[in-house]
Design a protein around this ligand. Structure first.
Ligand code: ATP
Ligand code: MG
Length: 172
């Protein structure tokens, strides 16, 4: 790719992470090198298992715990996310990746695990050819401002309200 853009998938409806993973798979099919970096997540979700089949050009890294942050983040959550940010920085600097997915980076920002300034600096200093895809609810204005594409998933209905929790193969 000549030039990479910044995409953001945010909002309270379903489909943010799956949209980013869809982009990752499409890129892999085109022979591009992809990094899928998941913040605030540490469990071996089924998408991670599926992406293992593309291990020659898709790399997956996780910088979180197997459980969600309940109320306030702990020091461990901050340390994990900051380590992740540094890892992403190094991956971008390597120039090896064409598409970099920062899954739930907006959630890491929402919990102040790192600052929007730090993320903006990474976005700004990336190699020109690199596409960045950021997901998660509550994308802050600063991220929306630098994005070239923003899609807001709007919840019209979600079975979550009927008590249907994340299901294997559908939500995880
Ligand atoms: P997907 O991974 O299916 O594309 P998403 O990335 O858009 O979804 P997230 O906001 O990352 O969704 O939500 C992660 C999980 O939170 C969902 O799998 C779901 O089980 C749960 N969830 C969805 N809606 C709510 C809600 N209103 N309140 C609490 N948890 C929810
Ligand atoms: Mg998600």
């Amino acid at each position: 790719m000549k030039r990479g853009y910044v995409q953001v998938y945010t909002g309270n409806g379903k489909g943010k992470t799956t949209a980013a993973l869809g982009c990752a798979i499409r890129a892999a099919g085109a022979g591009l090198n992809v990094l899928v970096a998941q913040f605030v997540k540490g469990a071996k979700y089924n998408e991670i298992r599926a992406l293992e089949r593309f291990s020659n050009n898709v790399t997956v890294r996780q910088y979180g715990r197997t459980c969600f942050i309940k109320r306030r983040p702990e020091q461990k959550d901050i340390d994990d996310a900051r380590r992740g940010l540094q890892d992403v920085r190094e991956c971008l600097n390597s120039g090896l990746y064409d598409v970099v997915v920062l899954d739930e980076a907006n959630i890491a920002l929402y919990y102040s695990l790192f600052t929007v300034r730090e993320l903006l600096e990474i976005i700004d200093n990336r190699p020109q050819h690199c596409e960045i895809i950021i997901t998660g609810r509550y994308a802050p204005k600063e991220i929306l401002d630098v994005a070239d594409l923003v899609t807001e998933m709007k919840e019209v209905k979600h079975y979550y309200s009927k008590g249907v929790n994340a299901r294997d193969g559908i939500e995880r």
